[in-house]
Each structure stands twice: as structure tokens, then as C-alpha cells.
Design a protein around this ligand. Structure first.
Ligand SMILES: Nc1ncnc2c1ncn2[C@@H]1O[C@H](COP(=O)(O)OP(=O)(O)OP(=O)(O)O)[C@@H](O)[C@H]1O
Length: 321
């Protein structure tokens, strides 16, 4: 279990992480999302004892990293894949880590096998590609066979085969009951890998929930309603608007309702004696839900329109199709 209580990190006047309260539970993959500069790496560094919180605390199994008696056996992390001695081979890098942490030599061979680096294990890591460096970083994280694992953008630089391998590794580590906390900017990948999401923006918590609930809460997730009777649709829309619901009507026979369930709209239509030909949820994608949630937290905004608008357009197009 990873616990953050009021964890805050300031750099001079700037607040990188702002009073984060979180519990990252075992047995699942928790995805860690947020725009550039949101504070993800700083949060992970505080958990790993590399940055001291300005206030609050970051705990591993109830203790700060520095108080762990066998840190590598309790928690492993891939934080910066480039933080390796370039003249050292993967093997000697892992062996040095193993020796200083009382880990047997055979575990070095085991982890090299897990990450698929056996054949290049004796080569200087300075000659490694970005993807090989990521694999070596993952091997270092797994070395102590810890129950808690943190990965900061582990698929960065990996080819599609490598991306899938990381996904399967994360899933299998979680299925063994481990705590897996992984940051990424790739929404589609997170949707396939994570069970739970933590989203931060400007150092503050924006969401701590399952993927399904993050998507369901998006205003871009709406219920599509269709009736063959235009007058009946007029009546239904009036009643929905009286209930303060956001209704968009792009066609006489159809509307999109945000913030209501299919059950509540179905019951209302039934009470009003309105025949429906369609009543279904049109879900936002995780990317759309994320873009909407972080719209006000983006430090480095691109000049192109936000994809929240693109999301609405997509739903409208679906309705018109
Ligand atoms: N050592 C430091 N000194 C000063 N400011 C820092 C330092 N480290 C991080 N910051 C600032 O803290 C904020 C959070 O940075 P952090 O790297 O944690 O964000 P991030 O979410 O990991 O970003 P990215 O997705 O770009 O990797 C940023 O504004 C960054 O400029």
C-alpha cells in the first residue's frame, strides 16, 4: 500500500504537488495521469524518498522510504531510465544493486530473463536504445521482487511489441497481488492496462476512481433518446429541461441528455406515455473525459482546439450518422 497524506512539494514559490491525499491499493494497476508539469514525477520521487515533502507525508506500507529496512525488497521503481552509468553493463549494474541489498546473484539472471535482455546483458548500457534502457530500468525495479512497484512512463520509447509486453507485465504483477502505480500520457494504453485512475492537475487531485466512473462522470457521456413522434420529443425535452438537465437536440426525433441515466429517462418517457425507439448511453472516450477534466490544468496549451470540443463533435456526428 502506498499512502499520501497532505503530501505537498514546493520549489521556491511554485507548488509542484499540492496537499495530495491518496491510497494506492494492492492487487490492481493504478494509472497516474496528468498534463506535463502536473506533479506526477515529483509525487513518485516523494514516495521513493528522493524528494522530501515540504509538508505532509508519503508512505510505503505505513513508513517513509528512509525507514524501510530492506527498501529494494519492499518497493521497486522505474523513475528515470537514463539514470544509469553508461560504461557499465546491464549485468554489472544489476549485480552491484543486488550485492548492496543482499539479493542473490541468480535473481540478476532471473530479471534479465523477465525483461528479455539476457543476450545483451554484458554490453555497455551506454550503447542501449531507449527501449532497452526502459527494460533495464524495469529489471532494476523487479530485482528485489517487491510487492510495490512504481513506473514513470514505462512505455516511453518502446515499440508496439514492447508496449504490449509492459502492459502484460503490469497486469500480471497486479494479478499476483502487488501494488502497481504507473504514469503515462497514453490514454488508450491506460484504458487497456489500468483498473483504477488517479488524475492530477497543477499538483492537485482531480480524480481517484475506476476508469468506468471517470468516463461516466464526463459531461461528454450522454444518453441518446429517439422517438418516432416529434411532438412527443418536444414534450420530453421540456420535462427534461424542467429537471435542469442539459439537453441537446440536433434532430427533430432525437436528443442527447447529459447527467441522467437511461433508467430515469425511460421512466419519465413511460410516465408521459412516450414511445421510444432508442435509449442508450453514448460514452465519452477516456481521452475525452481526461481532456475535459484537465482543461483548466494545462500549463503548456497547444493552439489547436481542445479535444473536449472534438469529443462533442464526435458525439454529434454519431447522432447524425
Ligand atoms: N527540481 C525542481 N526545481 C524546481 N521546479 C521543479 C523541480 N522539479 C519539478 N519542478 C516543477 O514542478 C512541477 C511538477 O513537475 P513534475 O516533473 O513532477 O511533473 P510531471 O507531471 O511529472 O510532468 P511530465 O508529464 O512533463 O513528466 C513542474 O512545474 C516542474 O517545473
Amino acid at each position: 500500500m502506498i499512502t499520501l497524506r497532505g503530501a505537498t512539494k514546493r520549489y521556491d514559490a511554485a507548488v509542484a504537488v499540492d496537499h495530495l491525499d491518496l491510497e494506492i491499493a494492492p492487487g490492481k494497476v493504478t494509472g497516474f495521469l496528468g498534463p506535463n508539469g502536473a506533479g506526477k514525477s515529483t509525487t513518485m520521487r516523494m514516495i521513493m524518498g528522493l524528494d522530501r515533502p515540504t509538508s505532509g507525508e508519503a508512505l510505503i506500507n505505513g513508513k517513509p522510504y528512509a525507514a524501510l529496512s530492506h527498501p529494494l525488497r519492499e518497493v521497486g521503481a522505474l523513475l528515470d531510465a537514463k539514470a544509469l552509468h553508461p560504461g557499465r553493463s546491464a549485468y554489472s549494474h544489476l549485480l552491484a544493486m543486488a550485492r548492496t541489498n543482499g539479493i542473490p546473484r541468480k535473481r540478476v539472471e532471473e530479471v534479465l530473463g523477465i525483461v528479455g535482455l539476457e543476450k545483451v546483458a554484458k554490453k555497455r548500457s551506454g550503447s542501449f536504445s531507449l527501449g532497452m534502457g526502459q527494460r533495464l530500468g524495469i529489471a532494476s525495479a523487479l530485482l528485489g521482487d517487491p510487492q510495490i512497484l512504481l513506473f514513470d512512463e514505462p512505455v516511453n520509447g518502446l515499440d508496439p511489441d514492447g508496449v504490449r509486453w509492459v502492459r502484460e507485465l503490469m497486469r500480471s504483477l497486479a494479478s499476483e497481488g502487488r501494488t502497481v502505480f504507473v504514469s503515462s500520457h497514453l490514454m488508450s494504453e491506460m484504458q487497456l492496462t489500468a483498473d483504477h485512475l488517479v488524475v492530477i492537475g497543477r499538483g492537485k487531485l482531480l480524480a481517484d476512481d475506476t476508469i468506468d466512473r471517470v468516463i461516466a462522470r464526463s459531461s461528454l457521456t450522454a444518453v441518446r433518446v429517439r422517438t418516432p413522434d416529434v411532438d412527443a420529443m418536444d414534450t420530453l425535452v421540456r420535462h427534461l429541461e424542467e429537471r435542469q438537465l442539459d439537453v441537446q437536440r440536433h434532430e427533430p426525433h432525437e436528443c442527447l441528455v447529459s447527467g441522467a441515466t437511461v433508467e430515469s429517462i425511460g421512466d419519465l418517457a413511460f410516465e408521459l406515455g412516450i414511445r421510444l425507439h432508442e435509449l442508450r448511453v453514448v460514452e465519452a472516450s477516456l481521452e475525452e473525459a481526461y481532456m475535459e477534466m484537465t482543461a483548466n490544468s494545462i500549463e503548456y496549451k497547444s493552439p489547436t482546439p481542445a479535444s473536449a470540443d472534438a469529443g462533442l463533435d464526435r458525439i454529434h456526428q454519431e447522432v447524425e450518422a
